[in-house]
Design a binder for this molecule. Structure first.
Ligand code: M6R
Length: 605
């Protein structure tokens, strides 16, 4: 959470910072600010509540020239959304921006006698004052002394008043990537801000300090000795992080799913079988485990639930799915024989990362399914399977979900094969059916007008219900999450059989019920549940396979997906659920890509 950018170089720093903040805005958008050395080498600080556009407009009055500065877009944790609480924060000679949480800020406030000095309610300002009090003219030394004082997670970019042109950065847990480019030295919380300038970058190692000047970027290890950064190459370009003619990132990302699936599946096919040789995941990982534990948050966790419904009956071993923020405070029943699969688009979600570390401490092997190359989860897991979806910018996750599913299905298939549950022919058949979901998704994208039409009813209501059984219930959870996060309609998903145990009391005349009935063995049961809500006046939006036979009068709105096998219906259904949420948000004239209170990457607990 929170977007961070820093620059030192020959170009117009203000422009670079403001443009970078626009690229990073999806990380947080309560307020934004920049600080830079002006022509007289004084630090100018400008910060404003609201979106980056607000800040840009406000900054246009300052005609000064700058070549070194820092910028921040905030997702509030400590303190309200006010100009004062916006970053950067200034304390004596120090000006800094922060992403993360300083958990011991109260203790630091007391021990450094900061009560009465602080101008904001933020933990970040406390860190700035502590750093200032440790500063005796040597930035590296002061930062080195600051780190042991801090508990929590942080990435900082720091200017020191008496060191114009220089910018210092350090991190623990919260991400930072940096690069020296032809345009100068750049550092940011996220690659999207660097990509207009370079494809080569490095991830700042935790606890190491980076110094940026117009001429170079230097990484110092924990002993303050210059260290060689480990450079990585981005495999997508700036176009992937632009809307490219689409009105919203979310719609663009929905459209990108077929391509993303191809990119994730095809390089991992060898002689018709899933193959992870290039990912350096040996079969022994799949052969030896006696249980699978999937850990993730939000949409990624929902992908895990769908995978469980595939893997457990197929592999005949226990497959458990946990919410990362719960798992990390439990005493999980895992050991060296468990395979722990963690799923994260960003690879930075703090709870998922902490849960993975816990799993490792129990001796389990960890396999991470991650979209962002070089992210912390990817680097710390024993094995990594990258999904190749390209950058996902909209806060509501769409293409990341379908590629996570594809990766999980590849794993399930490989596991079944190496454990003797699938013959090679069965594994090849499974994979070829997985590829068939791509045209099915394309079909549903092409029929987006259906969802556009049905939301007219939906957006007149403040509540909606998603029902389904088995896999359809797992899809419902994702449908409800998508709808509530961007349309603010209160949406709940229920296992259809549970309705009569309480929830059905909420169904009144015209209540929208989105019923998913794509699983053959429970189809008639779900249809019975649809009858029950219909009898109580519900407005039923029914999602079934093309060939489903039923009484048409049951549904007020009926969307049919191409006839794929039951295990694969999630892919076309996901498109429908995403488009329902998208058009509902649009119909209510809301901010589709940046819904209130949310941010793309959840790097605080
Ligand atoms: O980056 P991650 O996949 O770890 O993120 C997990 C969740 O925060 C994320 O899926 C969230 O639920 C989405 N905004 C939902 O659309």
């Amino acid at each position: 959470m929170c977007g961070i950018i820093g620059y030192s170089g020959p170009l117009n720093a203000k422009k670079i910072l403001l443009e970078g903040l626009s690229q990073l805005e999806y990380r947080g958008y309560d307020s934004a600010g920049i600080a830079y050395f002006d022509t007289d080498s004084n630090i100018r600080l400008v910060k404003k509540t609201g979106k980056v556009a607000n800040l840009k407009e406000y900054c246009s009055q300052f005609k000064d020239n700058a070549h070194c500065g820092i910028g921040h877009t905030r997702w509030a944790t400590h303190g309200d959304v006010t100009d004062q609480n916006a970053h950067p924060h200034q304390a004596g000679k120090v000006t800094l921006i922060h992403n993360g949480i300083i958990e011991n800020y109260r203790a630091l406030t007391d021990s450094y006698h900061l009560e009465g000095t602080l101008k904001s309610q933020t933990d970040s300002e406390v860190a700035a004052w502590v750093l200032d009090s440790l500063y005796e003219g040597n930035p590296m030394e002061a930062i080195r002394r600051l780190l042991p004082c801090l508990e929590g997670s942080y990435s900082f970019c720091i200017l020191f008043k008496d060191h114009p042109g220089e910018l210092y950065a350090v991190r623990s847990v919260s991400p930072l990537v940096a690069a020296y480019t032809r345009s100068g030295a750049l550092i940011a919380s996220d690659l999207t801000a660097l990509i207009p300038y370079t494809r080569r970058y490095f991830v700042v190692p935790e606890g190491q300090i980076v110094k940026l000047t117009p001429y170079q970027i230097t990484l110092y290890d924990k002993n303050q000795v210059p260290a060689q950064p480990e450079y990585l190459e981005v495999n997508w370009n700036i176009d992937s992080a632009m809307k490219n003619g689409f009105p919203h990132f979310m719609l663009k990302e929905i459209y990108e799913q077929p391509e993303a699936l191809r990119n994730t599946i095809l390089p991992r096919m060898s002689r018709g079988l899933p193959d992870f040789t290039d990912d350096q995941i040996p079969d022994s990982v799949f052969e030896t485990c006696n249980k699978v534990h999937v850990i993730a948050c939000g949409t990624a966790m929902h992908a895990g639930m769908v995978a469980r419904a595939l893997m457990e009956p197929l592999l005949r071993i226990p497959v458990t799915v946990s919410i990362a923020s719960e798992f990390r405070y439990e005493e999980p029943l895992i050991d060296g024989d468990a395979l722990v699969i963690v799923i994260s688009q960003s690879g930075e979600t703090i709870d998922t990362l902490a849960a993975m570390r816990l799993a490792k401490s129990y001796g389990s092997k960890t396999l991470a399914i991650v979209n962002v190359k070089g992210s912390t989860i990817a680097r710390e897991s024993d094995y990594t399977l990258y999904t190749h979806a390209g950058p996902e910018i909209a806060v509501a996750s769409t293409k990341a979900y379908s590629v996570q599913l594809a990766a999980l299905y590849l794993i399930g298939c490989r596991m079944a094969y190496v454990r003797g549950r699938y013959s090679s022919q069965e594994a090849c058949d499974f994979l070829s059916k997985l590829l068939d979901v791509i045209p099915a998704m394309e079909t549903m994208i092409g029929r987006k007008e259906e969802e556009k039409a049905l939301v007219t009813h939906l957006i007149q209501h403040s509540d909606a219900f998603f029902i389904g059984r088995g896999r359809d219930y797992a899809f419902s959870l994702e449908g409800a999450l998508k709808l509530k996060e961007i349309s603010y309609i209160h949406a709940e998903a229920y296992a259809a059989g549970e309705l009569k145990h309480g929830t059905i009391a909420l169904i009144t005349d015209q209540s929208p019920v989105i019923a998913i009935a794509t699983q053959e063995h429970v189809f008639s049961k779900v249809i019975s549940n649809v009858r029950e809500v219909k009898a109580r006046g519900a407005f039923v939006i029914l999602l079934t396979k093309q060939s489903a036979v039923m009484d048409e009068s049951l549904a007020d709105f009926h969307i049919r997906i191409p006839d794929v096998e039951d295990v694969f219906t999630v892919f076309p259904i996901a498109v429908i659920l995403q488009l329902i949420a998208y058009y509902a948000s649009l119909g209510k004239n809301l901010d589709v890509d940046q819904p209130r209170n949310l941010a793309k990457s959840v790097t605080v607990e």
